[in-house]
Design a protein around this ligand. Structure first.
Ligand code: FAD
Length: 378
């Protein structure tokens, strides 16, 4: 009988699992890939739209173009997940499977920071980033604060990139001299596991007069005073606040009881949940790696191999090694590159390659290659 694989969520992780299984089995497998969204948008493309480098349409890759043997995409909202039965209920009906992969990412909870919805701009959702673009376009000078409200968030270098791109954007508009840029984070360094990357970013902040505020805990925005309020009671005024909100599992995951401690627990080497033939990967899972697409993709490779091995009645030797690559935008058409590996027993080791135009081209190739692999083969 043809194996049925249900992949919940068509982001970095879900798309990679589907592409790998299609490559391996062609039409000899039934992969049902479900997502509520109409398009895939790379996380980093949000910054491109926000800073006017690309249009929303040009960074939106329609799922209807997915053309992979053995893969069927269904656009619908997932309402419940029964991991023990490997079943999901959606607005398009219920689906059963032999193998279930939960790749539903992280949702955002801007309401967790009082004042953020009323007076700030979260820019981590598509809608938020597109709205922040308009807020930036209307900005006429003053102080922009980029603030991370919790230590656990997607793509740790992204707020630093945001600060550098804000500098580039204001400079191009002739507003830099009339503006201040402040970056506020709860961590002690911009990219804690890779000190060379942190050093390069801190140098870049200093060169551009970007104020760096580490180890600060934001509790609220005072919407009437336009001030950030910190845990120690101190405040910081802003004219425009660009915020990274609290991250949470999607409601359907929480309601299905799969994330008792906030994220879906898995074996960090095999990505298996406590239920047989049920896996969780990417931002939704508790793996011990940062929440970033590069890690979701690496985890997907291990899960696709594990499912292939089960179908072929053999043992899978694939184990997740915790490594990932991330490009860091420095502005001026240059990107740096972080290579990092998170070790099973805790700790990490990594390296950084300083920003160049060639690395920005590599990032573009990375993006284009994923679009080809995941959506269209052309
Ligand atoms: C500004 C920014 C910059 C970033 N830059 C980078 C970068 O340079 N490199 C990098 O590696 N990562 C980057 N990231 C992080 C990256 O985008 C995420 O970590 C990555 O997308 C996680 O992949 P995933 O497969 O776990 O989840 P996602 O890609 O988030 O996919 C989850 C999918 O599940 C769907 N879904 C959720 N709930 C439901 C439901 N109930 N029903 C149906 N569908 C549902 C969603 O629509 C979504 O498509 C960045 C993120 C941001 C915000």
């Amino acid at each position: 009988m043809t194996a049925r694989v249900l992949v919940l969520g068509a982001g970095f992780g879900g798309l990679e699992v589907a592409a790998r299984l299609s490559e391996r089995f062609g039409t000899d497998i039934e992969v049902t890939l479900i997502d509520a969204a109409e398009h895939f948008v790379f996380g980093f493309a949000k910054l491109d739209v926000m800073f006017g480098k690309r249009t929303a349409a040009s960074v939106s890759h329609p799922y209807r173009r997915i053309d992979k043997p053995g893969v069927r995409f269904v656009q619908t909202m997932i309402r419940s997940i029964d991991a023990a039965e490997r079943r999901t209920v959606t607005d398009a009906g219920s689906f059963d499977a032999d193998y279930l992969v939960i790749a539903l990412g992280a949702d955002l909870d801007p309401g967790a920071t009082p004042g953020l919805v009323e007076d700030g701009h979260e820019y981590y959702t598509n809608a938020g980033a597109f709205a922040a673009r308009d807020a930036l376009a209307g900005f006429a000078g003053g102080r922009i604060v980029i603030g991370v409200t919790r230590a656990l968030f997607k793509c740790p270098p992204a707020p630093s990139e945001t600060a550098l791109l804000t500098h580039e954007y204001l400079s191009a508009r002739g507003l830099r001299a009339a503006s201040e840029i402040a970056l506020v984070m709860p961590m002690p360094a911009p990219v804690p596991p890779v000190p060379e990357a942190s050093t390069a970013l801190l140098e870049a902040f200093a060169e551009r007069d970007i104020a760096w505020h580490p180890k600060r805990s934001i509790t609220a925005l005072d919407a009437s005073a336009h001030e950030v309020v910190f845990a120690d009671g101190s405040t910081m005024p802003y004219d425009l606040f660009l915020g990274v909100p609290r991250h949470v599992v999607p409601a359907v995951v929480a309601e299905s009881g799969l994330a008792p401690d906030g994220w879906v627990p898995v074996d960090p080497l095999t990505l298996q949940t406590g239920h047989p033939d049920v896996f969780a990967i990417g931002d939704v899972a508790q793996v011990g790696t940062p929440k970033a697409g590069a890690f979701a993709e690496g985890q997907a490779v291990v899960v696709a191999e594990a499912i292939a091995a089960r179908i072929q009645s053999r043992e899978s030797s694939a184990r997740y090694d915790g490594s990932g690559v991330c490009y860091v935008e420095f502005g001026g058409g240059r990107a740096g590159r972080v290579d990092v590996r998170f070790l099973a027993g805790g700790g990490a080791s990594g390296s950084f390659v300083r920003a160049t135009g060639a690395l920005a081209d590599d990032k573009d190739d990375y993006r284009a290659s994923r679009v080809r692999r995941w959506i269209t083969d052309g």
